[in-house]
Design a protein around this ligand. Structure first.
Ligand code: NAD
Length: 371
């Protein structure tokens, strides 16, 4: 049996981080040290079942705390870093960008500085094998017109304070490779969806609002396009890029699954109409709701809203053999089911506003499934 690698994961209690930590632990190949500040976006319940796992260590703290990061690297001697921690919500960055600069720019710089100090003193073979994997977004490339795709060669043109902070972090990662030789790999991924996503993001927000009979707010005319990827497929791509990617390289990752926002919301409503018809949900039945689509409301567009994102993942497919495995219909259905089956998790992040409702109104589904 090969020995497990120890790795430092930042932001492992967030949406993608949670799915990623699970993937590493389940692979049996890794021991994970998870550094997370537990901001509003984190849910300690997400990884609570791993608390006793000997291959999992949780450390509450910030990536901006240089001494803490240096002490973790020195204590656990990881073979690499997976850097997920970030402020990640575009709308919040429009209201105030300060936390985004602090976490995404200063935090990433701190991670790079401490990783470099640790890496340069490693023995030659360990030094060569070390990787700093930086997880980033396709939003750094700005907005596409009706044609074309983002590739590794697309020039940076961030439009929101969030994407500007991520672009800045990408540039620092690139510079640390170019200047100091730190073996970095950058991945830029399209929109993710799946279990454990905080319900301010579009898909969980629509699911949870719909099942509780609340309005479904769609920005502008709903024609903005995003390329959706199931979160487990993204996690597999990040693991591959760490294990097989070439230092200094960038890999863009997408689902080849472009959806207009309005189509996506309609699709969620169609699936919900099938999974939990409103007439079978006690309070929605009382409200007289016939279809979840009747809850759709168009609202004022987000300022500077990018029109279209789409990714050409040819490089990671060709060079690392990655490809998305979960189809959109199957992934979306899995996601809807997960939110319906996890009211405690939902309550923990939403301050108790949805979970009780789910238990009260959707319990009939459990009884039906048990038959
Ligand atoms: N969600 C997407 O669709 C998507 C797509 C492409 C790339 N990304 C990138 O993937 C990464 C993870 O995104 P996500 O959606 O899981 O985000 P998230 O907001 O769900 O989770 C972020 C996590 O980082 C932690 N964190 C925040 N500030 C911290 C700090 N100073 N120190 C330590 N931990 C801190 C939070 O507590 C949280 O657990 C981000 O870097 C994001 O830019 C996300």
């Amino acid at each position: 049996m090969t020995e497990k690698q120890t790795v430092l994961v930042t932001g492992g209690c967030g949406f993608i981080g949670t799915n990623f930590v699970r993937l590493l632990i389940q692979s049996g190949e890794y021991r994970v040290v998870n550094l997370d500040a537990l901001t509003y976006a984190a849910n300690p319940l997400s990884l609570a079942d791993l608390e006793e796992n000997p291959n999992y260590v949780f450390v509450k703290g910030s990536i901006t705390d240089r001494e803490l990061v240096a002490s973790l690297l020195s204590q656990y001697q990881p073979t690499g870093v997976f850097h997920f921690a970030a402020e990640s919500h575009v709308d919040r960055s429009i209201v105030s960008a300060e936390d985004f600069v602090h976490t995404n720019v200063v935090g990433t710089f701190t991670m790079l500085e401490t990783a470099r100090a640790y890496w340069k003193n490693l023995q030659e073979d360990r030094k060569e094998a070390f990787r700093f994997l930086h997880v980033s977004t396709d939003e750094v490339f700005g907005s596409l017109g009706p044609d074309g795709w983002f590739t590794e060669e697309t020039p940076y043109a961030p439009n929101s304070p969030y994407s500007a902070s991520k672009a800045s972090s990408d540039h620092f990662v690139r510079a640390f490779h170019h200047t100091y030789g730190l073996p970095t790999v950058i991945t830029n991924c399209s929109n993710n969806y799946g279990p454990y996503q905080f319900p301010e993001k579009m898909i969980p927000l629509m699911i949870l609002n719909a099942i509780s009979g609340k309005p479904l707010p769609v920005y502008g005319d709903g024609s903005n396009v995003r390329d959706w990827l199931y979160v487990e497929d993204h996690c597999k791509a990040v693991k591959l890029a760490f294990e097989k990617g070439t230092p200094g390289e960038v890999y863009v990752i997408g689902g080849s699954n472009e959806q207009k926002n309005l189509n996506l919301v309609n699709k969620i409503c169609d699936m919900l109409n099938d999974i939990a018809p409103p007439e079978e949900v006690p309070q929605l039945h009382e409200q007289g709701l016939k279809s979840y689509k009747d809850l759709i409301r168009f609202v004022t567009d987000r300022p500077g809203h990018d029109r279209r994102y789409a990714i050409d993942s040819a490089k990671i497919r060709r060079e690392l053999g990655w490809q998305a495995e979960v189809g959109f219909e199957a992934g979306l259905r899995r996601t809807i089911e997960w939110y319906l089956q996890n009211p405690e998790w939902v309550d923990q992040v939403s301050g108790g506003s949805y979970g009780e409702w789910i238990k009260k109104n959707y319990a009939w589904r459990d009884a039906k499934e048990a038959k």
